[in-house]
Design a protein around this ligand. Structure first.
Ligand SMILES: Nc1nc2c(ncn2[C@@H]2O[C@H](COP(=O)(O)OP(=O)(O)OP(=O)(O)O)[C@@H](O)[C@H]2O)c(=O)[nH]1
Ligand SMILES: [Mg+2]
Length: 196
């Protein structure tokens, strides 16, 4: 920020652009480590990373043979029906932008009661009416309710959005399930049902 006299957003943009330019060099340094798994953490400000073309350029350049995007949803934001729909739309737009296998996770479940987590997971289940009903009963404003229901209908119609895997980065809960799903993606399996 000081060197280029940029604000926080401009600095993130400049840093990503610089990374993209040096992506091959960074990738070969990563390969030299010889790790079984490599995790690359990207900035959460989606308009600065996922929604700029250099974001997907960088992802493509750093990707190895078997790579997947893990999209992290904050469970506390997704606990209201409209918050859930907004989170899933963001997950969908990342899937659309990167066009890579994507796993969605619902993080911070340690902050919510298990019953609330279960309700969120049901919204992503087969019973699509559950989300619809929750949206209708939670919105005081009719316009907002209509819009949310229509957006959730889009999510249902698209149908390929993987339901989120509940995890806690803090307690480690659910990480084994995430590992299993990622392993499935790596070996080319399509079975996403981690509960089986
Ligand atoms: N209770 C709880 N807190 C968490 C969990 N995961 C992250 N946090 C906290 O949430 C805050 C934000 O975590 P970060 O990892 O910086 O979030 P981020 O999404 O990477 O943020 P950006 O990189 O800015 O997008 C920190 O205070 C973390 O300790 C979790 O599973 N449970
Ligand atoms: Mg972060």
């Amino acid at each position: 920020m000081r060197k280029y006299k940029l604000g926080p957003n401009g600095s993130i943009i400049a840093a990503i652009d610089m990374l993209a330019v040096r992506a091959q060099e960074i990738k070969s340094q990563i390969m030299d480590i010889g790790a079984n798994y490599v995790l690359i953490d990207t900035p959460g400000q989606m308009e600065l990373f996922a929604f700029r073309s250099v974001g997907s350029v960088l992802i493509n350049r750093l990707s190895m043979d078997r790579s997947a995007v893990v999209f992290v949803i904050d469970a506390t934001q997704a606990q209201t029906p409209s918050g859930y729909v907004s989170s899933m739309l963001l997950a969908l737009s990342t899937q659309f932008r990167f066009n890579m296998p994507q796993v969605n996770v619902l993080n911070k479940i340690d902050l919510l009661d298990r019953s609330v987590v279960d309700e969120i997971l049901e919204w992503g289940g087969e019973e699509t009416d559950l989300l619809r009903e929750a949206l209708m009963s939670n919105q005081a404003n009719k316009l907002e309710a209509d819009l949310s229901v229509r957006l959730s209908d889009i999510l249902t119609a698209i149908g390929t959005i993987p339901k989120p895997i509940p995890i806690s980065a803090k307690t480690g809960e659910g990480l084994d399930a995430l590992y299993r799903v990622l392993h499935n993606v790596y070996i080319g399996g399509s079975d996403y049902d981690y509960l089986e």
